[in-house]
Design a protein around this ligand. Structure first.
Ligand code: 6R9
Length: 635
């Protein structure tokens, strides 16, 4: 029996038990059966959560691109590997077969070599969602260079600090990018950023928008002419399983972004195995993950996981509301998408629109719907389930992190019965633990606390780039011998997990632990409310009091605001109890968000506490302009 593709709940429990009792045998078998190794490992796993040091498949040798491309050439050479849907629906979609992908990756790999890039060098990739982005990741992996993708929505400052942190020698970017009706001057941002990056010797440019750019002689080169001349074969660099594959930055609750380092063998095994099972991908399905490759979700579930399975992975350049709010559903119909993976923030935005946007498209190809990035609230879950999935396509609410490399807690579709707002069961091989306030693991069900993982899994990040001490302090020091996720979780009577949000967002009011997510959910149910964020402020008697920032669908006069404040507190009282009532409610024009759509509660908390001087760098926010307005109107 192959344990690669789980088919029913009993099998899940059976495979899960094996994965936990004999992790080395289990992962050894998965790795042996489904991948191409140049040399097998000497040892499946060695680990120590104190130092911390984790090694998977030590001694093994491989190249991940042989697994993602070369080995499919015989049977899937003419199958579409990457299906590119451009921003503009009138521009033709591009089908890149595995054969074509092989040739383009090899050519780009040869171009990088000609630029002097060698195994272990860092290459920064700052590109929009166009095929060259996926090809660039794979070209780096082909020659053993470590890629560091920076989301092409980040500012020049954010870009240069990431380039310098990992000493990137070369940057791959484009003249510009399209986002709906706008085109963005990416090259201008790169020029600005590179003023502070003396280590960058060359910039390779993809032509996308044909916008005029400043050409920096001696540093900049157009990529295409170099590709045209390059050889379409490039022998893969043979890598050790624990050689770094990439660095990806993620923001911490304090300080500079952390360059999470993922290595080759374990990451490949974990992303491929989770992809196959969590999306129940079968040959000829079309898989679409709407994330940007600038985030871990795109790395793992647009590029590496799907391609390691020989899948067809759709890549979309545009935005959900261009030319109008039916764009996602139009793409699903056009390409007969079978698995669709998106974020709650997109689901909420789409659910607000007129029903005609979804109704005019045929969504019957959909088999599995995925959610990732933040807790999905009940209302959004039901809309996704009923309107998009027609109650037939299970929702996989997948909890995981940049640090975990792949999906950690999730239903397996058609196997695990779903439950709104619950990520349900640990994935195969994952051993979650819930910790109480005294730092002890709590056993049994119907418990909540902080979410840790107590045993290594192949996809975990091994360190923070050149800052192992910070890796240790952030993830392995709060609870010795456990990996601490920074999230809170509740385990229900059958052992299902519900992620309750970052624990830095938990507020203790009069000795009661309150998660911000359920309070915000109740506020958001008020018909006048568009969005909200709740933070804690110090309070003499209660310890902490709750301060709410609320964005309304339409702004009103102050008399209406007073009534609204009462009604909002009434809703909270009804949903949670009077203990969760807000002491202060400030109406705002918008909430500060990260580029991936997460509300920056840290900034709001400081404003609410009138700690205006220490807001940190707000320039990388999606909407830095709202911050001043919120500061001005603080209560
Ligand atoms: C993959 C990704 C990680 C944080 C994580 C948690 C939140 C992600 C979630 C979820 C509830 C889910 N998160 N998925 N919370 N339910 N299904 O998003 O990585 O950008 O590093 O964010 O996102 O708080 O700790 P990353």
């Amino acid at each position: 029996m192959s344990n690669y593709h789980i088919k029913h709940l009993e099998e899940y429990y059976q495979v899960y038990r094996k994965s936990v009792r004999e992790p080395e045998n289990f992962w050894g078998e998965v790795a042996e059966e489904h991948f191409l190794w140049r040399k097998k490992w000497d040892k499946v796993l060695s680990w120590n959560f104190k130092t911390p040091e984790i090694k998977w498949f030590e001694g093994a040798q491989l190249n991940i691109t042989e697994n993602c491309i070369d080995r499919h050439l015989l049977n899937r050479g003419d199958k579409t590997a990457i299906l590119f849907e451009p921003n503009n629906p009138d521009e033709e979609a591009e089908h890149i077969t595995y054969k074509q992908l092989h040739s383009r990756v090899c050519k780009m790999a040869n171009v990088l070599k000609d630029q002097g890039i060698k195994k272990g060098d860092r290459v920064c990739i700052y590109l929009p969602m166009i095929p060259e982005l996926s090809i660039a990741l794979l070209a780096c992996a082909r020659i053993g260079a470590i890629h560091s993708v920076v989301f092409a929505g980040f500012s020049a400052t954010a870009l240069s600090s990431r380039i310098n942190d990992s000493d990137c020698k070369l940057v791959i970017t484009s003249d510009g990018s399209y986002r709906g009706t706008k085109s963005i001057d990416l090259k201008g941002i790169v020029d600005e950023g590179l003023k502070d990056c003396p280590g960058v010797k060359s910039v390779l440019l993809v032509k996308r928008t044909h916008a005029e750019i400043n050409f920096h002689e001696g540093r900049d080169q157009w990529l295409q002419p170099l590709m045209d001349k390059a050889d379409s074969n490039c022998a893969p660099e043979i890598m050790d399983a624990e050689d770094p594959l990439f660095i990806l930055y993620t923001s911490g609750s304090t300080g500079n972004p952390k360059g999470m380092v993922h290595t080759t063998g374990g990451y490949m095994v974990y992303t491929a195995y989770t992809f196959k099972n969590v999306f129940q991908y079968t040959e000829n399905d079309v898989f679409w993950c709407t994330a940007d490759i600038g985030w871990i979700t795109g790395h793992s579930y647009i590029v590496y996981g799907p391609l390691a399975n020989g899948a067809t992975s759709l890549m979309f350049e545009g935005v959900p509301n261009y030319p109008d709010y039916s764009r996602f559903w139009q793409i699903v119909e056009k390409h007969k998408v079978n698995q669709f993976y998106t974020a709650p923030t997109a689901i909420r935005a789409l659910a607000k629109q007129n029903i005609s946007f979804t109704e005019k498209h045929d969504l019957t190809s959909l088999k599995v719907l995925g959610s990732v990035g933040e807790p999905i609230n009940e209302e959004a879950w039901h809309w996704y389930n009923d309107v998009i999935g027609k109650k037939k396509s299970p929702i996989v609410d997948t909890w995981w992190q940049t640090e975990t490399g792949g999906i950690m807690i999730t239903p397996i579709p058609f196997v695990t019965p779903t439950k709104p707002t619950f990520a349900t069961l640990p994935f195969i091989g994952i051993q979650p633990a819930i910790m109480d306030a005294n730092g002890q693991e709590v056993t049994g069900n119907q418990v909540d606390g902080r979410l840790c993982i107590k045993f290594p899994w192949p996809g975990m990040a091994r360190t923070i780039w050149r800052n192992h001490q910070r890796y240790k302090e952030t993830y392995f020091s709060t609870y010795p011998e456990y990996y601490f996720t920074g999230d809170g979780a509740f385990r229900d009577e059958v052992g299902y997990y519900r992620i309750t949000g970052r624990v830095d967002d938990v507020i203790i009011v009069s000795g009661h632990n309150l998660g911000t997510a359920p309070i915000e959910d109740s506020i958001n149910e008020h018909p006048a409310v568009s969005e909200s964020a709740v933070v804690g402020v110090p309070h003499d008697i209660k310890g902490s009091a709750l301060y709410g920032f609320v964005t309304l669908k339409e702004t009103g006069e102050s008399r209406i605001h007073d009534n609204l404040r009462k009604e909002i507190n009434q809703m909270i009282t009804e949903h949670i109890g009077p203990i969760a009532k807000l002491d202060k409610i400030q109406f705002t024009n918008g909430l500060p968000k990260t580029r991936s759509g997460k509300i920056m509660r840290r900034i709001l908390r400081k404003i609410a506490c009138r700690d205006m001087e220490n807001l940190g760098d707000t320039s990388t926010l999606l909407n830095p302009e709202v911050v001043d307005d919120i500061k001005k109107n603080v209560l």
